[in-house]
Design a protein around this ligand. Structure first.
Ligand code: SF4
Length: 87
């Protein structure tokens, strides 16, 4: 499991559900295209390209990793955004 915080959310990548390379590493490509390149390919799976501290600082929370894994992969990526529910 990869898990890291962004400014307002938490990104989780369940490597047990990851089907790389069949997906073409959609999450990594999406992060490079729409995000800030916090993911890389390592030993045939997605991995952190930066430290957790750096990811929290630079991640632009574009959600592209989750969407592209849903479209081309296995739905292994979750971006958890806490919601404030008014009383
Ligand atoms: S897009 Fe999903 S299935 Fe593909 S490498 Fe990323 S986490 Fe794994």
């Amino acid at each position: 499991m990869i898990s890291f915080r962004t400014r307002t959310a938490t990104v989780r990548i369940n490597l047990d559900e990851c089907v790389a390379p069949d997906c073409g590493f959609a999450c990594v490509k999406a992060c490079r295209l729409y995000g800030r390149g916090v993911l890389k390919i390592e030993k045939g799976k997605p991995a952190m390209a930066v430290t957790e501290e750096e990811a929290e600082r630079i991640d632009n929370e574009c959600l592209a990793c989750e969407i592209h894994c849903y479209w081309y992969g296995s739905g292994a990526v979750s971006v958890i955004v806490p919601m404030e529910v008014p009383p």
